[in-house]
Design a protein around this ligand. Structure first.
Ligand code: GLN
Length: 207
């Protein structure tokens, strides 16, 4: 499996580790490539859009022409996991003119709604498709405030959606790559098109 991590900015290596762990739990080798230029996304089976700074990430994706390749990837039905700033970039609207969203998920987000860096926190989250709560790390996390009809809410915190899925795209406000628990990566990639839906998600991806 070839997994592309958008690496123009943000927490790249943690996602690479998490996707390798999730793949290994299914006996699959993940060949992880870092994406900083156009031409690589079309070879990838799955994509990860990490956290970081959404203004910077969206600008660089556009400048490099990677944004259109990601859209094609999704139209081909291939999985994407977008976390935190990645979710902001993947949204329909971030209500901030400095963020060029690429509209992979029919949601609007409020950037930094969960507060500044100092307000970061961890919470046990019930997530649809996972048997046990997921230890979710929130860092200056966005709130998802509007959710379109085709979007499934996978998890909520204090009544706000914090994990969503639409077709092959999963988005989280939190950072699933910052724990040793790879079940969100497992859910994003192995519960859907990549490996078929008969896979026992999360069985071994939690450490
Ligand atoms: N709120 C940040 C942004 O707007 C994202 C924070 C994060 O990815 N940890 O880009």
């Amino acid at each position: 499996m070839k997994a592309g991590v958008i690496a123009v900015q943000g927490d790249v290596s943690e996602h690479a580790d998490a996707v390798r762990r999730a793949a290994a739990s299914h006996g699959v080798d993940a060949d992880v490539v870092e994406i900083r230029e156009a031409g690589i996304v079309p070879d990838c089976d799955v994509l990860l859009m990490p956290g970081g700074e959404s203004t910077t990430i969206s600008r660089l994706l556009r400048e490099e022409g990677i944004d259109e390749e990601i859209t094609v990837h999704v139209h081909e039905g291939k999985p994407v996991l977008a976390t935190c700033a990645g979710l902001i970039v993947a949204s329909r609207d971030a209500k901030d003119e400095r963020v060029d969203t690429i509209d992979l998920l029919d949601v609007t987000v409020d950037r930094n709604a969960f507060g500044r860096q100092a307000d970061s926190f961890e919470a046990p989250l019930d997530v649809t498709g996972l048997d046990e709560p997921f230890p979710a790390v929130f860092i200056r996390a966005p709130v998802i405030d509007e959710v379109g009809g085709d979007v499934e809410v996978l998890a909520e915190w204090n009544g706000d959606p914090v994990a969503v899925k639409q077709g092959p795209v999963v988005g989280t406000s939190f950072h699933p790559e910052l724990t040793d628990d790879a079940r969100i990566h497992d859910l994003a990639f192995f519960a859907q098109e990549y490996a078929g839906s008969d896979v026992d998600v999360g069985a071994e991806a939690a450490e």
